[in-house]
Ligand binder design. Structure first.
Ligand SMILES: [Zn+2]
Length: 224
């Protein structure tokens, strides 16, 4: 099973990718995670990427495409993968087409998670991350607590720079300009699966699975 999760910043691509990765037993390939790891470890690419992300801009296509190509060629991705955050531009989508052709892959499902911008901005500026375990929480749920509900660290919450409203609005502008055209690119190529980001997380997952099953005409093997 090969999935591309697509949608504006904050629609919950990462959350759905993690859930689907566990349920379907295929790796979650997140450009965001790979880049964050590189910046945390201060690799040469990481340092360059940090500066670009701080401005809320997109990392250049050749950096991203190289990272993805490397990943998709590994044994780990042989039987399937979930792409999250890629492709984000039409040139990236064209590069992916070529990569998949080289790998002999034809069965790709594009899932478009959609929502209204203002709702998403509200959701994103409400996020806090734990600097110890990196999990993300809704601020209203943890604001009275000093301890992380996952790892129990004390006073470990912070707002990631890319969750600030000015940075988010800038990301939306970039999304409208560079990423929306990717949707049109794919509309001409394949049948897109649509889901509503404003539904509950488990409803979104369910809708994705049901629609894939309807498409392939069989039940998926789901891990608990
Ligand atoms: Zn934690």
């Amino acid at each position: 099973m090969r999935l591309i999760l697509f949608g504006a910043p904050g629609v919950g691509k990462g959350t759905q990718a993690k859930i689907l990765s566990a349920k379907l037993n295929i790796p979650h390939v997140s450009t965001g995670d790979i880049l964050r790891l590189a910046t945390r470890e201060k690799t040469p690419i990481g340092l360059k990427v940090q500066e670009i992300m701080n401005r809320g801009e997109l990392v250049p296509d050749e950096i991203i495409t190289g990272i993805i190509q490397e990943k998709l060629s590994t044994d780990e991705c042989k039987n399937g993968f979930i792409l999250d955050g890629f492709p984000r531009t039409v040139p990236q989508a064209a590069s992916l087409e070529k990569m998949l052709l080289d790998l002999g892959i034809k069965d790709i499902n594009l899932i478009y998670i959609s929502a209204v911008e203002d709702e998403l901005v509200k959701r994103l500026t409400n996020r806090r991350a734990c600097k110890v375990c990196n999990n993300i929480f809704n601020y209203s749920l943890i604001k009275d607590s000093h301890f992380c509900p996952v790892c129990n660290a004390e006073d470990s919450f912070y707002q990631r720079k890319d969750d600030r409203e000015d940075i988010i609005r800038n990301r939306f502008e970039v999304y409208e300009k560079s990423t929306k055209p990717v949707l049109d690119y794919y509309k001409a190529l394949l049948d897109i699966i649509y889901v509503n980001a404003l539904n509950a997380v488990n409803e979104v997952t369910e809708s994705i699975i049901t629609q894939i099953e309807a498409r392939i005409g069989e039940k998926l093997l789901i891990s608990a």
